[in-house]
Structure formats: C-alpha cells, structure tokens
Design a protein around this ligand. Structure first.
Ligand SMILES: [Zn+2]
Length: 369
C-alpha cells in the first residue's frame, strides 16, 4: 500500500491529468516492496528476478521454484501466471510488472479457472505424476492460447514424477512451443535429474524470519499477538504453514496430539515404539508433516541444552523441553535429527513407511524413568 497517496485519493480517478496519474503510479511503485506489489509476504529476491525478466521481455520458457513445503512456491507460481496474463497494465499487449489483481484475467487465475493456466500434480490415489498428465503439454492444448498471451503449465512437486513422465517433459523442455511457459516446483533441486535442471531457470525461495511472519499474521490476518508469536515460531520460516494454521485450527490440535505421542518415545520400550511406528505409518498423508514436527522438537532440545531458550520453536512446551534437554545430550539429539532427515529422504523414495519409522524409533535414545 502506498504511503504517499493521501487518504481517499486515487490517482486512477484523475483521467483528465494523465501525466500526474502516471507520476503517482510510478511513485507508488517505488514505495511498494516487490512482495507488496505481488501481494505476498517476503521473497522479494525471487519476485524481483521474475519482474526483471518480465519488464525486459526476456521471460524464460521454464522456471523451477525451489524451497521447503509450505514456503509459498505455488502462490509465487500463481502470481507469475497472473502477471504474465494480466490485462490491467498500461499496454494491453504486454505483461505489466505486477498483477493488478482486479482484471478478469487476474481473477480467473486466482480462482483457478483461466483456460490458459493448467495445473499438474500427483493424483491423490497415485504414487507419481504420470506420463499421460505430461502429454497434455505436447497436445494441441499447448500449441494455442485461448485468452491470454501464454499457455502456462504449473507442475507441482516435480520430484513426484516418474521416469517416463520426466523423459516426456524433457522433450518439451528441449523443444518448447513458443507460447508455453512452464513453472515447476520442487522442495530441493537435488531431487531432479541434471538434464532437467540444465534446461530451467532456478528461482530459490528461502525461509522467512519469524518476526516477518509474526508481523504479517498480526497486520494482515488480524491474529492476536500471543497466537501470532506461537504460530510464527512453529511455522519455522514457512508463511504457507502459518496461514494454514490460522485458517485451520485442527492443525494446531493435531500438532499437540502428535507431539504428545512423539515426546514420549524416549521413555518407551521397543515393542511400544514399534506400535507407534505402525499407527503412524497408517496415516500416510501425515507422516512427513509429523516428522517435520519431530525434527523441530529435537532441534529445540539442542537449543534448550545449550541455554538458548530464545531460539526455541515450541515455545508453549518449554517445561518439557527443559526436562528432556537435561537428560539428552546435544550429540544424541543431532544423531536423531540425522536419522529423521534420512527417514524423510527414504520416504521421498517411496520406501515402506512402517519399516522406515521402525528404524527411526530404534535410533531414539532411551530415558529410564
Ligand atoms: Zn490483472
């Protein structure tokens, strides 16, 4: 939001003074940060890279947005699609630098019903993104746009693509249709084949500071200060997670339930640990989120053991953290963190979840009561 414009004054309402209106809009662009202009929180660097490409009319045919789950990759992909197709700019033939959010094209992209924006993701009942889904890129659909300047394909979770589909995509990356823009997302570029990586431009998205997330939650989502402090700490740099937690109270309850189970593991017998592994493996869509929670818990144990309470994420569970940190050494916690990371990696490679969780459970140190 511009801080220059006086309250109740809108430059667009002054058609008789076009030069003045243009000056005002240039000034408002100057004071708006890239993230404000794209209606996002943070990620100015990524947004600026894309804006520079758009304003110099050097948009590549494929971008790869990278960063952890819930960091905002799909939102950035959607904002890029809006900007590319926006008709609210000064020259209707060209994409403006920022999406106006009000023209028909911007609204259609926002509501997932623009005929030139196609989403491809792993179907819920399948293990991979399949070749038939990628073939859409080589069909007639890809060759002509219906309403906009570009035909945009957003492929979410590129690491969930099987080999045949990836090879099929490679063909499109090597010989792209002129109007096609591919926006791919992946948590870590290391999960993709070098042949794919060499044909896309990487746009890395980084974790945001807790302070930035807390401020956004209070100012834009009107979250009370105390809740904003807890959610922003738990979000661990991911705005998307924070917004999900605000919109869905179940997420915080679920975290509580999972942590109550997981923090008991060091006091449990092998049989009891295997029992937990079995129960958790049955909730296949929640395993990764649950392991990420546990990862933060072990990270907190290291901070608590080193007397750095201000760096702790699970601020509402400090008494239990202190109690366990007094009995588990940072060396042991680091070892568990490594095992959790290996387990997450193994799950990405579709190993048997129950077996992976059992191995992890055995690696957690034992606390005698
Ligand atoms: Zn627009």
């Amino acid at each position: 939001m511009s801080i220059i414009r006086p309250i109740g004054f809108d430059a667009k309402s002054l058609p008789l003074f076009p030069i003045f209106a243009t000056m005002m809009s240039m000034m408002s662009d100057e004071v708006q940060s890239p993230s404000q202009a794209w209606d996002m929180v943070g990620h100015d660097h990524a947004i600026n890279t894309l804006r520079r490409a758009i304003s110099s009319q050097r948009v590549r045919h494929a971008y790869l947005l990278t960063g952890p789950e819930h960091i905002g990759k799909t939102l950035l992909a959607r904002r890029l699609a809006q900007t590319m197709l926006c008709t609210g700019g000064p020259d209707p033939a060209l994409s403006p630098q920022n999406p106006c959010q009000t023209c028909l094209a911007c609204r259609k992209v926002l509501h997932d019903n623009h005929p030139d924006v196609h989403y491809i993701a792993r179907p819920q009942d399948k293990q991979f993104i399949l070749i038939d889904q990628v073939r859409a890129l080589q069909s007639d659909t890809a060759r002509k746009t219906l309403e906009g300047r570009r035909n945009i394909f957003i492929i979410e979770g590129m690491h969930e693509m099987n080999v045949q589909a990836a090879n099929c995509l490679l063909k499109t990356l090597e010989e792209p249709e002129p109007d096609v823009l591919l926006i791919l997302t992946v948590p870590d570029p290391g999960l993709l084949l070098p042949t794919i990586l060499s044909r896309v431009q990487l746009i890395p998205m980084h974790l945001l500071t807790t302070a930035l997330i807390r401020q956004a939650l209070q100012e834009r989502w009107q979250v009370p200060a105390e809740n904003a402090a807890l959610i922003s700490a738990l979000a661990a740099g991911r705005m998307g997670w924070a917004v999900k937690a605000v919109e869905n109270e179940d997420l915080l309850h679920e975290r509580q339930t999972h942590l109550e189970t997981l923090t008991r593991v060091p006091s449990l017998s092998t049989v009891q640990r295997f029992d937990i592994a079995q129960k958790l493996s049955a909730e296949s869509d929640k395993i990764k989120g649950m392991l990420e929670l546990w990862l933060l818990w072990w990270r907190d144990l290291i901070f608590a053991a080193n007397n750095c309470p201000e760096l702790v994420v699970n601020v509402d569970m400090r008494p239990l953290l202190q109690k366990q940190a007094a009995r588990i050494s940072p060396v042991e916690s680091t070892r568990v963190i490594r095992t959790i990371l290996r387990t997450l990696e193994a799950l990405d490679q579709n190993v048997n979840a129950r077996m992976a969780l059992e191995v992890l459970m055995l690696d957690v140190p034992t606390l005698k009561n």
